[in-house]
Structure formats: C-alpha cells, structure tokens
Design a protein around this ligand. Structure first.
Ligand SMILES: Cc1cc2nc3c(=O)[nH]c(=O)nc-3n(C[C@H](O)[C@H](O)[C@H](O)COP(=O)(O)OP(=O)(O)OC[C@H]3O[C@@H](n4cnc5c(N)ncnc54)[C@H](O)[C@@H]3O)c2cc1C
Length: 470
C-alpha cells in the first residue's frame, strides 16, 4: 500500500465499514481505525465491525411504498456491503429486512479484512488526525469517544456539536387539518426570514388541554439507560411529560403558550393553549411540533398527539425522542461533499452527520466513501439527485434543512417527505379512479420508480467518471 494514496476511515461501524468498502472497491487503499476491542462504547458489546447495537431490523424492505425500502434498493444497486451482508443473513420478519446480527457483523468484518486494499487498525484516534492524513472520513457515530468529541467540538464550536438529540415529532403537512389549524407567527412577527405567518397553530380549549395533560401524565414512557441519565447535557431539553409533571400549567407557559396568537376559525379569540408546528424541510412537506421532545413510547405518541385539534389524522414522518447522541450541525458545517468547510481534509459520515438509523448511517458512509475515492483519483463525484433516497438524505443534512438559528437541526430518518412529489397515475389498470390508500400507494410508487431511474443514471455517470480518471 503506498502511504501517499491512503484514505483513513475513523470508526468501523455501519458508516465506516461501508465507506471503506466503497473506497477499496474503487481501487483506492484504505485504513479503518476502530477502537474496539481496546476501548468499548457504552452500547457496543463486541469487537466486530458494523455491530448492531440494539434492534436487528433494517425496517421495511418494500421499495415501492417505503422510503427506507427504496434506500435499501438504491444501496444494493450501488454495491453496498452492508446491504449485501444483510441480504445474505436475513431472518424471517414479514416485510422487514431483519438480520442475524452476529453473522452480519462477522461477514462485514471478514470481507473487509480479506480485501487486499483494506487494513484494519485497532486503535482509538483520540484527537484530530495528524496533518499528514490528507483524506479522512470520521464515522465515529453517536457514541464518539470523549477525546475525539472534544477535539471536534473545539474545531466546530460549542453549539455546533450536540451530545443529546431532542427530537420533536415531525408531521406530514398534508395530514394536518387546516380547517382547524391556521398559519400565524406569534404577534405576527416576520423575523429575519419569515412572513409573519410561518407557524401552523393547533388550538386547544380548556377541556381539551386538561384531557391532553392527563393523557401525557398517564402515557407509557421509555426510560433513559443508566449511562444516558448521567450524561450532563440534558438540561435544556426537558421532555413535555416531565414539564407536565412539574405543574398543570407549565406547558401552557412553555411550548404550548397561546400568547400573541388568534384563532381565525373562532373569530380571532386566543385559545387556552396552542401547539405550534414549524417548517422542517425546504420542500415544506414536513413540520415539527415545536418543543415537543418526549420519552413517550411511540404508540402512545401517535394516540396522544392525535388528541390535538387539527392533528386527528396526523401522519408522523418521525416520532419524538431523546437520546444520547453526538452529531454535528451539518447544514452549517459540511459542504455538499460531506467535507468540513473549516478543514476540508476531514469528511464526516454516519449518524454523526445528523442522519438517524443503521441504514441511513451506512448510506452516508457509502456516499462519503465514493466522494473520497473520486477525489483521490483526481475526479469528482456529484451527490445523487435529490429525487433519489440517497440524494434526498444527503440534501437534507447538507442543505435541505432550514437553518433557523443553530439549534433546530435534529437527526432524521429517510422518509417520503424528503423526496419531491411527482405526477402519479389517477386511475388503475382497469381505468378505475384511485382513491384513499390506493392513491397514496400510487404516488409513492411513482416517486420510487423515478428514484430508481435517477440512481441508475447517477451510477452510470460515476462509472464514466471513474473510467475517465483511470
Ligand atoms: C443505544 C443506541 C441504540 C440504537 N438503536 C438503533 C436501532 O435499533 N435501530 C437503528 O436503526 N438505529 C439505532 N441507533 C442509531 C444508529 O443507527 C446506530 O448508532 C448506528 O450504529 C450508527 O452508525 P455509525 O456508523 O454512524 O456509528 P457506529 O455504528 O456506532 O460506529 C461508530 C464506530 O466508531 C468507533 N469509534 C468511536 N470513537 C472512536 C475513536 N475516537 N477512534 C476509533 N474508533 C472510534 C466505535 O467503536 C464504533 O465502532 C441506536 C443508537 C444508539 C446509541
């Protein structure tokens, strides 16, 4: 292996393993620096690469109707090692892709260890990588070791590296009942980038508020793991049910305060309480429930949040949560090629970039690996088009998310709200007009068919690029 041409990947998890595979597959030598088994994280239990720390599911495998299934399919077409190993070691799980976690991790470890262009070093990188490493992918995940986290924080600034995610539920705009809700900013303030009507407001009467608080208090919650509870970064983002426990009206004076808002459907009266939703992506298809981070169980969130007037039929692009998680304010810090603008020799990949989930982390690893390999070969690799699941995901973390202040960026799973809509057939094969669920399926299928055509085109362009650079 020639020292000058090496790419370094720090972290041999889902993203790092995939990135290294893509680099080696492009003919470029790569070193993976993985700290396990010398140093463990709080969640990992083995020294295997791409260990799944919790569930063994990669979620739905249906590319026609599920955004995660579409991401699987695009990754398969891009030669993903993670998908190859998952397909080989899948277990019966209905429509989901679930895997035998030990066989999955063992296969990835073996395939990388046996690759002639891959070296695996078992060591912690405890600070910024040496300057002689001119192309580095940092894929150290949600539990990046403290010394490296500290170094990244010094480089990026205090507020641009988070140690907890505080995720408020995100709702599909089209599922909000606007005959009940309305657009208005508090006191109609336009602010730097607004119009004065930037929030969707859902009003609650006194009895509705009381029923909602009672449901919150009684709702089933998940608890913090012991090591999460002792992480000292949790103060600024209390879950709503904890606020509700502190006093009956605490939420009405916090995220549910109604001041400066008037309900146009009720002659302009101020409601007893309000839930506000703020636009979450540039497309305007996703809206997050402001200040609604929660440890309620997912089923309980759906049940309780649908008690809110205007959200009775809400469809959630993601549900709320609060976890120990290390992630960057990527829309501000990274360029379209996942490079840190302040130090472009460093790329980031995986959960640390603000995506969420095994597959999404591996997907960003796949892209980072391809970008780094193309750069090493003297060529460039443009991101996939935003009409693809891979493209929509990277667009979200590097630009598609709205930047409001510095703290609004929170980790996101792939979902249909990140993909631009397209024309869908109005009728079925027999000429019958599509309605309800069938219509929804047809829309998703049209988006998926377009995505697969576009990813094929993108992959073909990369091959032409690779051939030209050789
Ligand atoms: C407790 C927990 C449970 C989760 N459960 C799920 C789930 O059920 N389903 C799901 O889809 N997602 C889940 N996630 C979210 C996420 O998808 C996974 O964490 C995923 O593994 C992230 O992939 P990654 O490659 O970014 O990070 P990881 O897979 O964590 O890989 C990072 C690697 O970097 C190594 N490392 C860290 N610091 C250093 C250093 N300084 N030097 C060298 N190596 C280092 C680590 O040992 C690790 O191997 C969970 C996350 C956590 C924390």
């Amino acid at each position: 292996m020639t020292q000058t041409k090496l790419i370094h990947v720090i972290g041999g998890g889902l993203a790092g393993s995939e990135a290294a595979w893509q680099i080696a597959s492009a003919g470029v030598p790569v070193v993976i620096h993985e700290m396990r088994a010398k140093r463990m994280t709080d969640a990992h239990k083995t020294d295997g690469l791409a260990e799944l720390v919790c569930s063994n599911s990669f979620r739905s495998d249906d590319w026609e109707t599920s955004a995660i299934g579409l991401l699987h399919e695009e990754m398969r077409r891009a030669g993903s090692l993670v998908l190859k190993a998952a397909d080989r070691h899948k277990l019966p799980a209905g429509g989901a892709l679930a895997v035998d976690r030990d066989a999955f991790s063992a296969e990835i470890t073996r395939r990388l260890a046996e690759h002639p262009l891959v070296v695996i070093e078992r060591e912690e990188i405890a600070g910024l990588p040496p300057e002689t490493w001119d192309s580095v992918i940092i894929a150290t995940g949600p539990l990046t070791s403290p010394d490296l986290s500290r170094a990244i924080k010094e480089l990026t600034g205090e507020s641009d590296l988070a140690f907890f995610d505080a995720i408020a539920p995100v709702v599909h705009r089209e599922s909000i009942d606007m005959s009940v809700a309305w657009f208005q900013s508090r006191y109609d303030k336009a602010g730097p980038a607004g119009s004065g009507a930037d929030y969707i407001n859902c009003p609650l009467s006194k009895p509705e508020y009381e029923a909602f608080i009672a449901a919150l208090l009684a709702g089933e919650k998940t608890s913090f793991k012991e090591w999460e509870a002792t992480t000292p970064y949790f103060d600024g983002c209390l879950p709503i049910e904890v606020m509700a426990e502190r006093g009956h009206d605490t939420l009405r004076f916090g995220p549910m305060k109604p001041v400066g808002l008037a309900d146009p459907h009720k002659g302009g009266v101020r409601p007893h309480a309000v839930v506000q939703l703020r636009q979450d992506n540039a497309l305007g298809s996703l809206w997050n429930m402001v200040g609604f981070q929660t440890k309620l169980k997912h089923g309980e969130q759906v049940r309780i949040f649908r008690m809110i007037p205007g959200l009775e039929a809400a469809e959630f692009a993601r549900l709320g949560g609060l976890h120990r998680n290390t992630f960057l304010n990527s829309p501000k810090l990274l360029d379209a090629g996942l490079r840190l603008t302040a130090m472009p020799r460093l790329r980031f990949a995986g959960q640390i970039t603000g995506v969420e989930g095994y597959v999404e982390s591996a997907a960003i690893g796949l892209l980072a690996g391809r970008f780094a390999a193309a750069e090493r070969a003297g060529s460039t690799c443009a991101p996939p088009p935003p009409t693809t699941a891979l493209g929509a995901l990277i667009a979200h973390i590097t630009g598609g998310h709205l930047l409001e202040g510095t703290s609004s960026f929170q980790p996101m799973n792939i979902n249909h709200g990140l993909l631009p809509p397209t024309e869908a057939p109005e009728r079925d094969a027999d000429g019958k007009r599509l309605k309800g669920k069938e219509k929804g399926r047809a829309k998703k299928r049209a988006v998926a068919v377009r995505a697969l055509a576009d990813i094929e085109r993108w992959l073909a362009e990369q091959q032409v690029g690779r051939a030209a650079a050789e």
